[in-house]
Design a protein around this ligand. Structure first.
Ligand code: MOS
Length: 725
């Protein structure tokens, strides 16, 4: 009899899809093929502003193998899309090549389809585009004066918040910080390029393999774009090689492939190049953050100002919620947090891992370090003294908040007491050694989702299939869903199969915003419980202990049982404020002569409620830390202010950390039981890991060198420049 005695939820189970991945059997979007498959190449604008005057496609059309050169001149006319609303934000139609206006360099202006990829690429070089180019608005400094107050910022957060009297709070302070921090444009660059394979059956039914985070939203978006019923669109995406926010939307690149496939009546494959991924799949904006902090002599905050100014595009508005972390992190009576934006001929910034908190925490947690230094209070102690028990932004109590525990555990494990409070006072040969820390938080949302369960019995062998339209971006969704289902059903893990990434499956909100694991697993739990409940009602036997589904099916003499269920967040969740918290500790070594920064040792302590799988969860945190080290020391997308093109346009010049850059990274989970955040007590771990990492590194660099770098990344030149008087 199949029976799993030991619990599975919370165990460091190996990835259930690991074998498929290492044997190459996990199929990513571009690996799906169809008879007659042809290839598409997207054409990008080589100017950043103005209009396309003309596109001469004659030579490309006569090139061998070419089936279609799609431009504004021959594209089918589409109805103008519905205005954006919070409800249709992810699902409304995308207009394709409907006008000639150019908003940014690299904007897609055409699409070439040919029998082979080589033929398509060659033909794309033969397309001659002429422009009526305008002078683009590119520079941050030159355009910041045009900043305006957006009506709202990303995720519906308020643009501005104020409480108490900030000026008064700062005037009465014993110590103050008033400083400006800059975080540069950054790009996501998942390993898997954005890829699409589109295959139509006739003119009104299409299957789209597309690398996505939100598969449930893709089908209605494609249906709206092509004017076909939603049920005629199937989006398939069982494996995704990272997304980080770049794969939330179904964008022009994918929609053009779908359109081209409809026009040439052949399946079309389209994969963006790495260079194109700098131009058309979103980016993290450059944020300029003005921080003002004031505290009394004991370190209690009397005032906090966090004013962000950033850029959006000329044709759309997206403003990252950079200041939201400052609204809830500390107990401060007087505060002002504002966001302003101005328009540039640069593609619209979009979600990038921990949108808001990642750059916002750099400013807040650097400023806290500066305040600690000024007041001669230990940085951990300063944060402990300002720990908030209530979310002052919403007035709600925190469902759970274990920030102090994270800092205490981390300080002990890291050996924080060995830190010298005096900057530039520890060295190893020509290396200056420093310790830095920071506190982190990230919202812990929970959303509704549905799932199907199919149980089959063959003799004593019982198997389960759990299905939902969730995604696994490499995060471990398959694994944690399987753990949840197996434990709930009382089956061994290898008797549970999980099917994801198909719009034909029950809807979920997909992977994003750190809600994936708790949302998917709660739906899996709900459908497994429903099945057990129904089976128990069919079986009139009494059990001395909780029966497994295998026992129930056997008792009921059933060979198959199907269940569906939807888990919706309970109304009581809204009574509390839900956040994951963390504490970061970094040791850095700085080469005094060369300005090189090394991070030999890093510790993060994370409190995120119940940890479904410490192995996959720790892997999420390590990924966030590595990216955070990249934010701190390397990553910067540099714009050519004349052309609007990126100077950094390959991974050779857009630097990210490699293995040799990463020292010993340790992740600990603080014990935390939260019965309020959701039924399973799980907070997300997708984004808390990156939060405040850059500040911990910058604070350690300050401790090592006495040099406060407020403009990321901390490249050697910034450490070697003479100190400004
Ligand atoms: Mo995340 S930036 O919601 O993928």
């Amino acid at each position: 009899m199949n029976r799993q005695a030991s619990p599975l939820i919370g165990q460091p189970v190996d990835r259930v899809d690991g074998r498929l991945k290492v044997t190459g059997q996990a199929r990513y979007a571009a690996e799906f093929s169809y008879p007659g498959l042809v290839y598409g190449v997207a054409l990008g604008s080589t100017v950043a502003a103005g209009r396309v005057r003309d596109i001469d496609t004659a030579a490309a059309e006569q090139s061998p193998g070419v089936l279609l050169v799609l431009t504004h001149k021959n594209v089918p006319r589409m109805a103008p899309p519905a205005p954006e609303t919070p409800q249709n934000r992810f699902t409304r139609a995308t207009p394709l090549l409907q006008d000639t206006a150019i908003h940014h360099h690299g904007q897609l202006i055409g699409f070439v389809v040919a029998e082979t990829l080589e033929q398509a690429r060659h033909a794309a070089t033969l397309v001659k585009v002429s422009y009526d180019a305008a002078k683009p608005r590119i520079g941050f400094d030159a355009n910041v004066k045009d900043a305006y107050a957006p009506a709202a910022i990303n995720a519906g957060y308020k643009t501005d918040t104020r409480r108490g009297d900030l000026d008064q709070g700062l005037r009465t302070a014993a110590g103050t910080v008033d400083a400006v921090y800059n975080t540069p444009i950054e790009h996501h660059h998942p390993m898997e390029m954005h890829a699409t394979v589109a295959a139509w059956e006739g003119d009104d039914k299409v299957t789209v393999h597309h690398s996505l985070q939100m598969v449930s939203d893709a089908a209605p978006a494609i249906a709206a774009t092509f004017g076909i019923p939603r049920e005629n669109v199937r989006v398939v995406c069982p494996f995704v090689g990272g997304g980080f926010g770049s794969k939330i939307l179904t964008r022009d690149n994918a929609m053009l492939a779908v359109l081209a496939a409809r026009l040439v009546k052949r399946p079309v494959k389209h994969v963006l190049t790495r260079q194109q991924m700098f131009m058309v799949v979103g980016l993290r904006q450059h944020n300029r953050q003005h921080m003002r902090l004031g505290a009394d002599a004991s370190g209690r905050l009397t005032g906090l100002g966090h004013d962000t100014v950033t850029h959006t595009s000329v044709h759309e508005e997206f403003v990252e919620q950079t200041g939201v972390i400052s609204r809830m992190m500390y107990e401060v009576p007087n505060s002002q947090v504002t966001h302003r934006a101005f328009r540039l001929n640069v593609q619209t910034p979009k979600w990038t891992r921990a949108p808001g908190e990642a750059p916002g925490s750099f400013a807040l947690e650097s400023a806290m370090d500066e305040l600690a230094e000024q007041l001669k209070i230990d940085p951990v102690e300063l944060r402990v003294r300002n720990d908030a028990r209530t979310d002052l932004d919403t007035g709600k109590p925190f469902g759970s908040r274990s920030l102090v525990e994270c800092m205490r555990i981390g300080a002990g494990k890291f050996g924080w007491s060995n830190r010298s409070a005096m900057p530039r006072s520890r060295r190893q040969g020509h290396w200056l050694v420093g310790y830095g820390m920071s506190a982190a938080s990230r919202g812990a949302p929970h959303r509704g989702a549905s799932a199907n369960l199919v149980l089959t019995r063959s003799g004593r062998d019982v198997r389960a299939v759990v299905e939902m339209c969730a995604t696994d971006l490499g995060t471990g969704s398959y694994t944690v869903i399987a753990q949840t289902a197996a434990e709930t059903l009382g089956l061994p893990l290898d008797k549970v199969e999980v099917r994801l990434g198909d719009s034909a499956l029950p809807p979920t909100p997909g992977s994003g915003g750190s809600w994936g694991a708790n949302t998917f697993c709660t739906a899996a739990l709900a459908v497994c419980e429903a099945a057990k409940q129904h089976l128990r009602e069919k079986v009139s036997l009494r059990f001395v202990r909780e029966p497994s589904v295998a026992e129930l099916l056997q008792a009921a003499q059933l060979n198959e049982w199907r269940a569906s269920n939807t888990a919706t967040p309970g109304a009581d969740i809204a009574a509390w404020s839900h956040y994951a918290f963390g504490a970061n500790f970094a040791e850095v070594w700085v080469d005094e002569d060369l300005g090189l920064v090394r991070v030999p040792r890093y510790l993060a302590v994370i409190a995120a409620g119940r940890i479904l799988n410490p192995k996959t969860a720790a892997s999420q945190i390590v990924g966030g830390i590595v990216w955070g080290i990249g934010n701190a020391l390397m990553e910067e997308s540099v714009l050519d202010e004349r052309s609007g093109h990126f100077v950094t346009r390959t991974l050779a010049d857009y630097h990210v950390p490699v293995n040799a850059d990463i020292g010993d990274v340790q992740v600990l989970f603080a014990p935390e039981t939260d019965t309020r955040v959701n039924r399973m007590g799980v907070k997300g771990v997708g984004e808390i890991g990156i939060t405040s990492v850059a500040a911990a590194i910058a604070n350690a660099v300050y401790n090592a060198t006495g040099r406060r770098v407020r403009d990321l990344p901390i490249t050697p030149d910034k450490l070697l420049m003479p100190v400004q008087a």
